[in-house]
Design a protein around this ligand. Structure first.
Ligand code: SAM
Length: 216
């Protein structure tokens, strides 16, 4: 590996935000999944959580929006689950708060929310939104304000808007520079993961998902 490549990976790892992530609940469209991954990579997420509670989507060879993700997949861990409880247990073990986006009138605006603490945000299915079961497992509900005729945004757009508000707040606090929020262990895990991934070919082959395991 040449020095330029090593420096690029070191820089990428140094900007990763090990204390912010998203959870996708039954998001079915591969283009949406790919677009979410691309946005999450862009704002510095290290991993995301994908939960499919519907039987047709529980296959290991699930392909996650390869084209739309535009290469970001290699640098974003995807933790895949088939039940909400296990997924939430793992998210809770790593992130302090979990907020959902259940599109209810009493939800807090994302522009009033502090995204500099450790958090996960749950986004819901294209048609049915966030389920009641998932909502009950969250700490609160947040919303992107809308003043148009349509009642909701596309999931990948909602994710990008929300995560870029988080980026904005974190950037101001220097989280992408000298005040990176990762502890020493997280820094180590991220760097080791990326050094390992760098050895893989750019074209991720059959199984892009990591099943319920942080350390693989
Ligand atoms: N009929 C569904 C509902 O009532 O929730 C619409 C689902 S929307 C197309 C898909 C997902 O995008 C939602 O579950 C939510 O996660 C996210 N979303 C859409 N608009 C949003 C907004 N204004 N604020 C936050 N999240 C939003």
């Amino acid at each position: 590996m040449n020095e330029e490549r090593i420096n690029k990976i070191l820089e990428l790892a140094a900007k990763r935000q090990g204390n912010m992530t998203v959870i996708l609940e039954n998001v079915m469209d591969y283009h949406n999944l790919g677009a979410v991954m691309r946005s999450c990579d862009a704002v510095g997420c290290f991993e995301i959580f994908v939960v499919f509670t519907v039987p047709s989507k529980q296959k290991n060879d699930l392909r996650l929006g390869k084209k739309t993700a535009a290469g970001s997949r290699k640098w974003l861990k995807v933790n895949y689950f088939t039940d909400l409880k296990t997924c939430f247990e793992m998210v809770r073990s790593r992130y302090q708060k979990i907020w959902c986006t259940a599109l209810e009138a009493d939800a807090e605006s994302i522009y009033d929310k502090d995204f500099t603490e450790s958090f996960a945000i749950l986004f819901g299915n294209e048609k049915d939104g966030v389920s009641k079961e998932a909502m009950a497992l969250c700490d609160g509900n947040i919303l992107i304000p809308q003043v148009g005729m349509a009642q909701s945004l596309n999931i990948s757009v909602a994710c990008a808007v929300t995560m870029y508000e988080a980026y904005r707040q974190r950037f101001i606090k220097g989280f992408y520079g000298e005040n990176n929020p990762n502890d020493a262990t997280t820094k180590q895990i991220i760097l080791e993961t990326y050094m390992e991934r760098n050895k893989q070919k750019d074209r991720v082959r059959s199984v892009p998902v990591i099943k319920n395991n942080y350390d693989k």
